[in-house]
Write a protein that binds this ligand. Structure first.
Ligand code: ASP
Ligand code: MG
Length: 403
């Protein structure tokens, strides 16, 4: 069997943990499996690098940021290879250059295009454990790039796809994917299995367990993932295409996104092209827009409101203000005191009444819903930030997700 094992920052945060990871990898290796290990930078090292950079230059060039970032993962793989050597097992560390991890040219947020597998295969054939840097790549200028924060998951899935691995295990500091963030919902429980689509919704909604793009890639190439803890032996959560009925619940999870802010644009002209102009203006500035609602027109005008991520709020407001005459609105407002609560579950598709149950439950605890958006497997509501935790727990309990 060929196994790809990815370990995040907390799993390699210190000497003891590095040896712990080394031993887990060696155990599989000694069973006769081929083992490829993907590592993140130790602990919060990537954050520390950002701090260091900003001490020198508050706005560091992206290319140089990537140049700096790559040392974090490189440190982890080298130390891991040393640990394995110390334990008497042959291994080799490789960075993105040595492997040939080809990405698009964008610094800071590159996409993987192609992975050369020759070197890795050669080393595996030579019976070594191969330890690869996560998060980093190389672009067509032979420069280092990175895949965006949390990108090591994507490196692991891409490697598993390219090598046709039999399994891809993502080790983290939690036991798996939970029905809700256990820090906010104390009786949340671990899921045994979840579909790619549900995971995608949960990942992009701030569940924070897996890098979004890693799930997209796993779905595209049919790589079955296991998310599990590096600190204990528990089974973890399997992420796959279809989840069997016995494993399935109506709802898989409740996610909270605190980083959503709302912008409302009042008094736009009620004529064709208005919303095109509005959202095109934002798209050109690279601002991602989520949940959009448009009110029914009145007196030749209409109102539109939408959410943006908190990091983009100021910029979005400034751009709209600047283009006020072109867009033709009367005024704009922003609201930071809202959160996005989402309920996700493939079971919704065949079970009517899920939305009603959520609304009832929010009504019972007197929460006012600003906006609603739905997809086949997800219902999202914007609610006041102060009600977030209560709402999350209420919805979680209503669907009997608790232990
Ligand atoms: N070290 C990188 C980060 O902190 C990549 C990763 O951990 O996946 O974002
Ligand atoms: Mg991560």
């Amino acid at each position: 069997m060929l196994i790809v094992k990815k370990f995040g920052g907390t799993s390699v945060a210190n000497k003891e943990r590095i040896f712990n990871v080394a031993k887990r990898c060696i155990a599989d290796f000694k069973k006769g499996h081929d083992v490829v290990v993907v590592l993140s930078a130790m602990g919060k090292y990537t954050d520390e690098l950002i701090t260091k950079a900003k001490e020198i230059n508050p706005n560091p060039p992206k290319r140089e940021m990537d140049m700096l970032f790559t040392i974090g993962e490189q440190m982890s793989v080298a130390l891991m290879a040393m640990a394995m050597d110390q334990l008497g097992v042959r291994s080799i560390s490789l960075n993105a250059f040595q492997v040939g991890m080809h990405t698009t040219k964008t610094y800071g947020n590159a996409r993987l295009k192609r992975i050369d597998t020759e070197r890795i295969k050669q080393e595996l054939e030579d019976r070594k454990i191969v330890i690869v840097t996560g998060f980093q790549g190389v672009n067509k200028y032979d420069d280092y790039t990175t895949l965006g924060r949390g990108g090591s998951d994507t490196t692991a899935v891409a490697l598993a796809a390219a090598l046709h691995a039999d399994s891809c295990e993502i080790y983290t500091d939690v036991d798996g994917v939970y029905t809700a963030d256990p820090r906010l919902v104390p009786n949340a429980r671990k899921l045994n299995a979840i579909t790619y689509d549900e995971m995608l919704d949960l990942a992009s909604l701030g569940a924070g367990v897996l890098h979004n793009r890693s799930v997209e890639m796993a779905k595209k190439y049919g790589v079955q993932l296991v998310v599990r803890s590096s600190l204990n032996e528990s089974e973890g959560t399997v992420v796959k295409e279809v989840v069997k009925n016995v494993e399935r619940m109506l709802i898989s999870g409740v996610a909270l996104d605190k980083n959503a802010d709302r912008i409302s644009v009042f008094g736009l002209p009620d004529v064709p092209g208005t919303v095109f102009k509005l959202f095109n203006t934002l798209a050109k500035a690279n601002i991602n827009v989520d949940i959009i609602i448009q009110s029914a027109g009145h007196d030749g005008t209409k109102d539109v409101s939408f959410t943006v991520s908190g990091d983009n709020l100021e910029e979005a407001m400034a751009i709209l203000q600047e283009r006020k005459d072109y867009l033709g609105f009367e005024r704009i407002e922003s609201d930071c005191d809202i959160v996005k609560l989402s309920v996700v579950g493939a079971g919704m598709m065949s079970n009517p009444g899920v939305a009603a149950k959520i609304f009832e439950c929010l009504y019972n605890i007197n929460v006012n819903i600003h906006t609603i958006a739905t997809s086949e497997i997800r219902i999202t509501v914007l609610i006041p930030a102060k009600d977030a935790v209560a709402a999350m727990n209420a919805v979680h309990n209503a669907f009997e997700l608790r232990e």
